[in-house]
Design a protein around this ligand. Structure first.
Ligand SMILES: *Cc1c(COP(=O)(O)O)cnc(C)c1O
Length: 427
C-alpha cells in the first residue's frame, strides 16, 4: 500500500482479502483463540511465535484497523487503544516511569493536560509545559537529564495553535528523546508528522477518524525511526531484558520497527487492558473509508465560517489556522497545505454570558463536548472540558474565558452560516 495515495489508503489500507474471503473486514468477536497443543500456545506467551490467544492482547480486527492507520501515517507498527486518553497515557508510560520527566506543549487537549499534570504526576512522572511558539532556546532549556519524551499536538484542541513539528523534532532529537505528536485534529489526510521528524503519532480515533460519533477509541503509531539503542541507559525497558517475558529484549527481538509497539502491547495492554472492542474497531474502519472525503468538506466549511465570523461586528476575535492573518497561518500552510480541520474558535463580544446566549440560539449546531463530527457541534471549554484549569492555566493553554469552539460538520456551509447569523442576532 505504501505507493498509493492517501485516498486509496483510506479506502483499502490494512486489508487485502484473498480469494473467497470477505470483502469487508471481518469482526472477530471472540475473546479467545483455540490451539491444538499447549506447546503451540506457550510459544505465543513467550513472544516466540506470532498469533492470537486472548483479545486483551491482540485481536485480528483491531490489528487490521491499526495497520490501516499505520499505513496512513507512514509508520512501522501500530496498535489500537480503548480511547485517545489511553493512547496518550501509553505513549508516555511505555518509555517513562516514576522519577522521569517529560516536556510537553502547553497547548494540548484539556484531558491530556489533566492526565499529565495531575494523574501521571501522581505516578511520579514530572512534566514541564512550554508554549508551542517558544524559542528554540526556551524549548531546549526545558529538558533535564531524566527527560524521556517531548509531546505536542499538530493543531491544538481547542486553542487551534499549530506546532512547528520540525523545531520540536530537532529539540527532542538533540536531547536523545522521541517526539510524540497527537495528530487527532489534522488526521493523516492533512498532515503526516512522521514525514516532518516526529517519532510516534497518537490519535483519538473518536474524532474525525470515526467521524460519526459512534465509538470512543485511540491509536498509537510508531515510525520505527527512533534509535532507542543509542540511549540504552535512558530507555532500559526497550534495551534490556524484560523478565516478565523470559528475558526478551524488545529492540533485539523486534528491531527498531517493532520494539516500541510490541512492548506497549505485551506489557501495558497486558497489565492495564485498555483495549478497543473489535466491533468498535469495525466502526472506526467505516469512518476511515470516507475520511479523505469528509476532511475536505470539514476544512471548506471551517474556512467559510471563519471568514464570515471575521467580519461580524459582534465577534471579538477568530482563530482558524488556515484563515489569512491567523497567528498559525504560515505553519498551517507549511505543514497542512490542503487544509487542517473544521474547528473554528472565536470569542463573542460580551464574554462568557454572550457566548452562552449565542450557543443556546443555534439550531443546526448542537452543544456537545464532542468535536470533529459529521454534524456541527459547539462547546464553551472554560465551563466544560477545561473547567479544572484556573485563568492562568487557561491562558497558557491558549483558551480565553469567552472562547467558543465551533466544530464545523459536513453540512452545507450556507446553512451553518445562516444558523450562526441568527444566533448572533439574539446576542
Ligand atoms: C478527544 C481528544 C483526546 C482524547 O481522546 P478520547 O478518545 O476522548 O479519550 C486526545 N487528544 C485530542 C487532541 C483530542 O481531541
Amino acid at each position: 500500500m505504501s505507493n498509493f495515495s492517501i485516498d486509496t489508503k483510506c479506502v483499502q489500507g490494512g486489508y487485502t482479502p484473498s480469494n473467497g474471503e470477505p470483502r469487508q473486514i471481518p469482526i472477530v468477536q471472540s475473546t479467545t483463540f483455540k490451539y491444538a497443543t499447549s506447546e503451540a500456545m506457550g510459544k505465543l506467551f513467550d513472544l516466540e511465535a506470532e498469533g492470537y490467544f486472548y483479545t486483551r492482547l491482540q485481536n485480528p480486527t483491531n490489528d487490521t484497523v491499526a495497520k490501516k492507520i499505520c499505513e496512513l501515517e507512514g509508520g512501522s507498527a501500530a496498535m489500537l487503544t480503548s480511547s485517545g486518553q489511553a493512547a496518550s497515557f501509553f505513549s508516555i508510560f511505555n518509555i517513562a516511569g516514576a522519577g522521569d520527566h517529560v516536556v510537553a506543549s502547553s497547548a494540548i487537549y484539556g484531558g491530556t493536560y489533566n492526565l499529565f499534570a495531575v494523574t501521571m504526576k501522581r505516578m511520579g512522572i514530572d512534566f514541564t509545559f512550554v508554549a508551542p511558539d517558544c524559542s528554540e532556546d526556551e524549548l531546549n532549556a526545558a529538558f533535564k537529564p531524566n527527560t524521556k519524551a517531548l509531546f505536542g499536538e499538530t493543531i491544538a484542541n481547542p486553542a487551534l495553535v499549530v506546532i512547528d513539528i520540525e523545531k520540536f523534532a530537532k529539540a527532542a532529537h538533540s536531547h536523545g528523546v522521541p517526539l510524540i505528536i497527537d495528530n487527532t485534529f489534522a488526521t493523516p489526510v492533512n498532515c503526516r508528522p512522521i514525514e516532518w521528524g516526529a517519532d510516534i503519532v497518537i490519535h483519538s480515533t473518536t474524532k474525525y477518524m470515526d467521524g460519526h460519533g459512534v465509538s470512543v477509541g485511540g491509536c498509537i503509531v510508531d515510525s520505527g525511526k527512533f534509535d532507542w539503542t543509542k540511549y540504552p541507559d535512558k530507555f532500559p525497558g526497550l534495551c534490556t531484558p524484560d523478565e516478565s517475558y523470559h528475558g526478551v529484549t524488545y529492540t533485539e527481538r523486534f528491531g527498531l520497527e517493532g520494539a516500541y509497539i510490541t512492548k506497549a502491547t505485551a506489557q501495558l495492554m497486558r497489565d492495564f487492558g485498555c483495549i478497543q472492542s473489535p466491533q468498535h474497531a469495525f466502526y472506526i474502519n467505516m469512518g476511515l473509508e470516507s475520511l479523505h472525503l469528509r476532511m475536505k468538506q470539514h476544512c471548506a466549511n471551517g474556512l467559510a465560517v471563519a471568514k464570515y465570523l471575521q467580519n461580524h461586528p459582534k465577534v471579538a476575535w477568530v482563530r482558524f489556522p488556515h484563515l489569512e492573518g491567523d497567528a498559525s497561518f504560515e505553519l498551517a500552510q507549511k505543514y497542512m497545505p490542503n487544509g487542517g480541520c473544521g474547528v473554528v474558535s472565536f470569542g463573542v463580544k460580551g464574554g462568557r454570558a454572550a457566548a452562552e446566549t449565542f450557543m443556546k440560539n443555534l439550531k443546526i449546531a448542537a452543544i456537545e463536548t464532542h468535536v470533529a463530527d459529521a454534524r456541527t457541534c459547539c462547546l464553551h471549554p472554560a465551563s466544560a472540558t477545561h473547567r479544572q484549569m484556573n485563568d492562568d492555566e487557561l491562558t497558557a493553554a491558549g483558551i480565553s474565558p469567552d472562547l467558543v469552539r465551533f466544530s464545523c460538520g459536513i453540512e452545507g456551509a450556507d446553512d451553518l452560516i445562516a444558523d450562526i447569523e441568527n444566533a448572533l442576532a439574539q446576542v
